[in-house]
Design a protein around this ligand. Sequence first.
Ligand SMILES: *[C@@H]1O[C@H](CO)[C@@H](O)[C@H](O)[C@H]1NC(C)=O
Ligand SMILES: *[C@@H]1O[C@H](CO)[C@@H](O)[C@H](O)[C@H]1NC(C)=O
Ligand SMILES: *[C@@H]1O[C@H](CO)[C@@H](O)[C@H](O)[C@H]1NC(C)=O
Length: 327
Amino acid sequence: MRTTSTIAAAAGVLAAGASAQNYLGFNSGATLADRSAKFKADFKAEFTTAQGLENAPGTFNAVRLYTNIQAYSTDDPIQAFEAAMETNTSILLGVWASGTTDISNELSALNKAVTKYGTKFTDLVIGMSIGSEDLYRVSVTGIKNKSGVGNSPSAIVGFIGDFKKAFANTALAKTPIGHVDTWDAWTNGTNKPVIDAVDWVGVDEYPYYESGKGNGIKNSGVLFDRAYDATVAAVGGKPVWVTETGWPSTGQDWDLAVASVDNAKYYWQEIGCRKLFNKVPTFWYNLRDSNPDNEMKFAITSNLATKPLFDLVGKGHGYIWVPSVVG
Ligand SMILES: *[C@@H]1O[C@H](CO)[C@@H](O)[C@H](O)[C@H]1NC(C)=O
Ligand SMILES: *[C@@H]1O[C@H](CO)[C@@H](O)[C@H](O)[C@H]1NC(C)=O
Ligand SMILES: *[C@@H]1O[C@H](CO)[C@@H](O)[C@H](O)[C@H]1NC(C)=O
């Protein structure tokens, strides 16, 4: 199988080039916490705050979106695009791929944006994720946790083909394509066709939710690294982007995990500053909460204030961070 492995290695090298820049950003859903649509002004307020966060250990000037479609429309482009253009925010695009056999409305919304805005928009696009946690939702854990309708690896691979075909002759033809999922979806061999189909792999990691594994805050770094390393080992040299991670500041305890501002700060230092920021493309969860179904609140700031809930300051290079707050 020499030929196959040579091709795989070459593809890995090419794809690695695409992620040479270590983007820093947050995730942004299409709706607010009251389920109303986010409009351009809402996105613009987020992106402006992200870039202006006090003592941030880098410039948070990228955003990960979950859909191309403006909330409650059929296929209007999401207004985050215009907000990104007005704030020079890099965009990791997302196509919502769960519970459907067809992503044509997603592709139509994106195509409208490409036609309407041209390179002012496409120059900001740093990647495309086809799907978000779809494979987790159909996994044993996802089903047990009633995580909702997902999708199969073959459906995701099919959608990747649909996107490539639809945008082959556009400025987005060379957009690095990924898929975002939980770490244990990537280590599940049945999902390998998705790994083979992408340029980069997006992993969502929440040590907070890892009940039964010693998920107290002081062990969060160990659990994060273990899951991250398992993902890297499973994906055969493809670049790994951390597309969601964070620790809630309020909400119920989850086994040994305690939601608190002190623990959110510890996690920011231990995972963000030590491991990820400016080293791995990272989309923190989150700047603003927008999932009303999640009792845990992950926002690092309240009402988009540029002064966060805790000091974001990163310790200098080579500095071993010793936590002053534990628990
Ligand atoms: C936009 O941001 C990029 C970095 O993401 C930077 O290289 C570029 O100079 C910025 N452009 C403007 C007009 O500020
Ligand atoms: C592995 O992945 C397949 C396809 O996504 C899924 O059906 C199966 O439940 C997963 N296995 C586990 C143990 O979650
Ligand atoms: C899902 O279920 C697993 C195993 O039962 C548990 O460890 C984990 O905390 C749950 N995750 C979420 C997000 O509910």
